[in-house]
Design a protein around this ligand. Sequence first.
Ligand code: SF4
Length: 409
Amino acid sequence: MDFQARFPRRPTRQIMVGSVPVGGGAPVTVQSMTVTKTADHEATLAQIYALAGAGADIVRCTCNRPEAAEGLARIVPRSPVPIVADVHNSHRMALAALDAGVHCLRLNPGNIRNPAHIKLVARECRDRGVPVRIGVNGGSLDPDLYDPERGVTPEAMVESALRELSYFTEVGFDLVKISVKASNVPLMIDAYRRLAEVTDHPLHLGVTEAGPPPVGVVKSTAGIAALLAEGIGDTIRYSLTADPVEEARAGRWLLEAMGLRERRNVDLIACPSCGRAEVDVFSIASEAMEALESRQIPLQVAVMGCVVNGPGEARHADLGIAAGNRRGHLFVKGQNVAVVGEDEMVDTLVEWAELICEQGPDAALERARGMRAEAVRAAEEDRRRNLAVLGSDANGAEAAVAGIRRGRG
Ligand code: SF4
């Protein structure tokens, strides 16, 4: 069995966002946000369904005007996942979102600053049992807390969150999760670490305005994964300049990769290719990824460029295929089971992946029983052929090193 670290989880209190628990040892959840006009409730619902299908557990929609609140009233009863209303500047929009029946509010302490308004909203949330995310954002920090010399600091972001929390505490409301997002990864990590020291409220992680993929994905992963590995974080959002479905998928992939959520998607491992490769590994790997991901195959599947090293390098995969002399060598748990034509490699992987998902790897090995001897023989033949043609130094590295050494002498 593959090594899987168990990351510690910071003890936090639990809140319920609709039917989804956040904190208190619940699985880390994935969030995303719609980019449609919330007033266009049909388009927004279509996007919410797409996000839920891609792995979002909770979806946020903006509530920036009365028409958006009316849209929320139509969206909430038909949504497959809990809905959070994103509110800036106007406490009236927060109250309208509550009337629309949302499962959670996100308030930005940097732009709803009147304590009387904040407490009014908090009382309403308390009476209705609706939680709030205090969503501090480095880019819209309360101007009082902005340091003219140092700019936005982690201390100021934490201070903003705690100040908002104190208004809620005053009215006896504590169904609160908190975020202290920044677009600067080290700043965001520092702010969350400080916040985790002083509160047991669940934390919502994110690198705000991370930008388009792939850089946005890298920045988000750097910040979110660093904190999750320390046990900090109860729910996450990738903020990408892209179709929000990409956010939900990235969030889900990260949690699966870290062993923080059960595997729902394929874990495709593919060799980086080298001078020994007998197929276009990049194309086959991306075709296989697309086919297996769309079917939500929760297996580790390997695509390897040659049969010399491939099966050995991927022996822990549930299933894999290695190329050799215009054909593919299929292996299950490191054992050769079948030989297929080059054009059939991806279709064959999908067929056997579905078999393993439905009936388990032993059933796959049983199916291959009559073919295994021939599969092993063919793989060995192609392995020897590859070695004979390319030798043991397929990339010519050893020859180059020898040349360098000769030159030195
Ligand atoms: S040796 Fe074979 S499996 Fe390994 S990187 Fe090269 S082509 Fe891929």
